[in-house]
Design a protein around this ligand. Structure first.
Ligand code: GTP
Length: 547
């Protein structure tokens, strides 16, 4: 093991007599450490077995090469490709073009692209102990401090990503100093996010924009040149690795920090690199220190990964999770004192940090999500059954951001949560209206409640349109579905026939009962059928609320 000074006792002495600190590594310590370094054994590395990755779990990806070839670290690389759109945010890019960095109602922001940079490790120090009696004593150059890391933590006290900065830069480690002093470690950064945030690796938005510009200038005029289709039809190739770092059975994107090559990264003093590399004693040392570098790189490769589908912070994290680890500090010359090398005039540089972009996506956590056309009465319903007080208006798109309300079945009775999202219109899946971006807030919900207004001429075709826009029957039926026919109080003058409120409801009920979906008419304004509705919603969760 590397002889290090976990408890630094070196003191800069002001007196004329200084003393070599007693925990300085001795020749035997250094030699034992150098001899203990081993060639890594791939079999004992942190690898997962032979996996056949399921493509298209959260989004489709294609494996380009998935052989059993492993690097010397024992990790199995997988090259894969997936559509560019999964590594950026279409809304973010569009809004950026309009010089608007965020879509908001009040302070609510649910997508941010953030640049993060972890600190560089400080360099080691080349120094020799001196005192009145000795012109040059044993080496006493300390190690560089480790670079600061970036951590993320989910908390319950936040409900928006508005407070996130666009860039986070952790501190670099300081260089080592004489008297065996290690450099100070770089300052860590903790990014707090609301519970429900998913952190994805993503591309630098500037590069995406340049790429899109290039495609727009492409001479082929026949191609669809909308931002969505450019991003959807172009692929990004990624180097991934099979690892179980987050205990998720998916490939992890490998991030690279471009530090010095294994065996390199030396700083020389007095003599040149050529001088040193021509000496057998240095060549021998370098070979041994190479194994230390392998170890460092191995640890970096393991650490520098992120699941392809992101880190899902759906629970409050008790401990911060390390997103980007800072670079390791370089070794000071005191580690290279051996029986052959009495005056090591060299040390190691620190390892690089990482600079990456991440997309923070807030996905609300509610038991039910309300889906409906604008003006269907979703907000009125949420206000009538829960403690939420959403904005209500007789114009379309009163709701611009999700609102979550808690529904109580009575004192000491269970509660469940319901999320209201902005209205969905025909073509929303093609970005019309407010698009489908808000669907992320009900993606995790166990139940979807379609709110269909009986005021509309053909409520059933409204329902079919909504099902189509949110991804079709197959997707819808992964949830527990209810169809609420709102505004049942309208047009009481027409009492019979297919045009009447009752006639429209009967048609809807027939459709829903064929699919086994619960349906009921309500009037949120008059408070009719709301108690039964709350009970039915609770029962559709199996009478069980997960917390
Ligand atoms: N008559 C009647 N009107 C209702 C009822 N529920 C809602 N409304 C009215 O319908 C209009 C739209 O209601 P909202 O709750 O804002 O509808 P929304 O679906 O949230 O609308 P967006 O914010 O555009 O998505 C308002 O003028 C409400 O007063 C109801 O049960 N009966």
């Amino acid at each position: 093991m590397l002889p290090r000074y976990y408890c630094k006792v070196s003191i800069r002495l002001n007196s004329t007599f200084s003393k070599i600190v007693e925990n300085a590594p001795k020749i035997s310590d250094n030699e034992n450490w150098l001899n203990s370094l081993e060639i890594p054994n791939p079999a004992s590395s942190l690898i997962s077995g032979n996996k056949s990755w399921k493509t298209g779990d959260k989004f489709p990806f294609e494996i380009i090469s998935n052989n059993d070839a492993r690097n010397f670290k024992g990790q199995r690389f997988i090259d894969l490709k997936a559509s560019l759109r999964y590594f950026t945010s279409i809304n973010y890019l569009q809004e950026f073009n309009k010089h608007k960095h965020k879509r908001s109602q009040g302070n609510f922001i649910d997508v941010r692209i953030v640049k993060c940079k972890s600190g560089i490790g400080g360099n080691g120090c080349i120094s020799f102990f001196r005192d009145a009696n000795r012109r040059i004593g044993p080496p006493d150059g300390g190690d560089g401090g480790d670079g600061g890391s970036i951590y993320i933590q989910a908390v319950d006290s936040m409900d928006s990503l508005a407070k996130l900065k666009t860039t986070y830069i952790a501190g670099d480690g300081e260089n080592g100093a004489t008297d065996q002093l290690d450099g100070a470690v770089g300052k860590d950064i903790l990014i707090k996010v609301p519970r429900g945030t998913v952190v994805h690796w993503c591309m630098d938005p500037k590069k995406v924009r340049e790429y899109v510009q290039g495609k727009l200038q492409d001479s082929d005029a026949t191609k669809d040149k909308s931002l969505r289709s450019i991003l959807e039809n172009n692929m990004l190739e990624l180097k991934c690795v099979a690892t179980d770092r987050y205990r998720q059975d998916v490939p992890h994107i490998q991030m690279f920090r471009n530090s010095y090559e294994v065996g390199e990264g030396w700083i020389y003093k007095g003599q040149t690199e050529e001088f040193h590399t021509s000496k057998d004693w240095f060549k021998d040392l370098k070979e041994k220190v190479k194994l230390y570098d392998y170890d460092l790189e191995n640890a970096e490769h393991y650490q520098d990964t992120i699941p392809l589908f992101g880190i899902d912070l759906d629970e409050v994290s008790n401990e911060p999770i390390c997103l980007l680890k800072g670079g390791k500090g370089g070794l000071g010359n005191m580690h290279f004192l051996t029986s052959l090398i009495r005056n090591p005039r060299f040390c190691k540089v620190g390892r690089n940090g990482l600079e990456q972009h991440f997309m923070f996506e807030l996905k609300s956590i509610a038991d039910f999500g309300l889906i409906g056309l604008p003006n269907a009465g979703k907000s009125t319903l949420l206000g009538a059954i829960s403690n939420a007080r959403p904005r209500i208006g007789h114009w379309e798109f009163t709701t611009l951001c999700p609102t979550i309300g808690t529904v109580s079945l009575g004192i000491d009775e269970p509660t469940f949560t319901v999320a209201d999202i902005p209205g969905i219109i025909e073509g929303a899946s093609q970005d019309k209206g407010l698009g489908l971006e808000f669907l992320r807030h009900i993606e995790r919900s166990r139940g979807w409640v379609f709110v269909i207004s009986l005021e509309r001429p053909d409520p059933l075709s409204d329902l079919e349109l909504l099902i189509n826009e949110v991804g079709g029957l197959e997707k819808v039926e992964t949830k527990s579905i209810m169809v609420i026919c709102s505004k049942a109080d309208v047009h009481p003058e027409v009492t019979a026939g297919p045009e009447s409120t009752r006639g429209k409801y009967i048609k809807m009920e027939e459709f829903c009962s064929r699919r086994g979906w619960e349906t009921m008419p309500i009037s949120a304004l008059r408070g009719e059928n709301l108690e039964i509705l709350k009970m039915k919603m609770f029962q559709s969760l199996g009478g069980r609320v997960e917390r």
